[in-house]
Design a protein around this ligand. Structure first.
Ligand code: ZN
Length: 271
């Protein structure tokens, strides 16, 4: 039985895992409010469970790095339960974890994100890691809702219209129902949408609004939603959650394998 949890390995087993060119999978999330019906650990639980289950199925090809549980969430601080890390500290922290892995010989690192506002800082963490190792590693990032199989399934499975799958909406609530139903208070689930014009709206699975430009605007969360929800939590079910979970696991395995098979292209410095 191949070990796949970094934390449970002895140092030389980690050396050997790097030697086997296994993909280091690093879950990153945050603790923050998720509406009146969900606990504050949604992003952490969903992201780490998806990573754990995916890596467990392909232990000779990948390795589960201990999660970075805290993330970037200052615009959620009006809601109790949010723990946020300074943007620059966060970028450097994740970069340092990735570079530590690279130092030990891991050439392929996949940062799997479970919190929307981590997306921009994590992009920089990964890019800075690639630069620090002068193009000799491949450090990539993905949001679990960005996995192809999740997006494809969402297009078929969802019942809510555009905007129904955002923070604490149909997707996240369904996944939590599949993982820890006893902590979900579905009688308190609401359908609340962004008050912003189309160009500044998004849907986790559908992307930008069909009638808008692809623009970015991130105001304080409390100025956009009273409940903390952006989306339709009332459409969530255990069955959808189970299907989304399986799609996320399969989609992540597919991406790990894609990264593992990607050659590291040599630089051609023209100076
Ligand atoms: Zn979330």
């Amino acid at each position: 039985m191949e070990k796949y949890r970094f934390a449970e390995m002895i140092w030389y087993e980690i050396r050997d895992a790097a030697g086997q060119d296994r993909v280091a999978v690093l879950p990153v999330a945050t603790y923050e409010d998720h509406g009146p019906h969900l606990p504050v650990d949604v992003d952490v639980r969903l992201c780490t469970e998806i990573c754990e289950r995916a890596v467990a199925r392909i232990p000779t090809e990948s390795l589960l790095v201990p999660a970075v549980a805290h993330g970037y969430s200052p615009h959620h601080m009006d809601f109790h339960g949010t723990l946020t890390i300074g943007w620059d500290t966060f970028i450097r922290y994740v970069k340092d974890v990735c570079c530590s892995l690279a130092h030990h010989g891991f050439k392929r690192i996949l940062v799997v994100n479970g919190h929307g506002s981590n997306t921009s800082p994590l992009d920089l963490s990964a890019r800075l890691s690639n630069l620090e190792y002068e193009g000799k590693i491949l450090c990539a990032t993905v949001n679990h809702w960005g996995l192809r199989k999740v997006k494809d399934l969402g297009a078929r499975l969802r019942e809510s219209d555009f905007g129904g799958i955002s923070h604490a909406g149909e997707y996240e609530t369904s996944l939590y129902l599949a993982l820890k139903p006893e902590l979900v208070e579905m009688d308190k689930a609401v359908d609340e949408r962004s008050p912003l014009p189309p160009s500044f709206q998004y849907d986790l699975l559908a992307g930008s609004h069909p009638q808008g430009s692809v623009a970015q605007l991130v105001p304080y969360w409390s100025s956009q939603t009273a409940s903390g929800v952006k989306g339709d939590a009332t459409r969530a079910t255990v069955e959808k959650g189970q299907q989304f979970l399986e799609a996320a696991i399969e989609g992540l395995i597919e991406l790990i394998r894609e990264l593992k098979a990607t050659p590291i292209p040599p630089r051609r410095d023209q100076h």
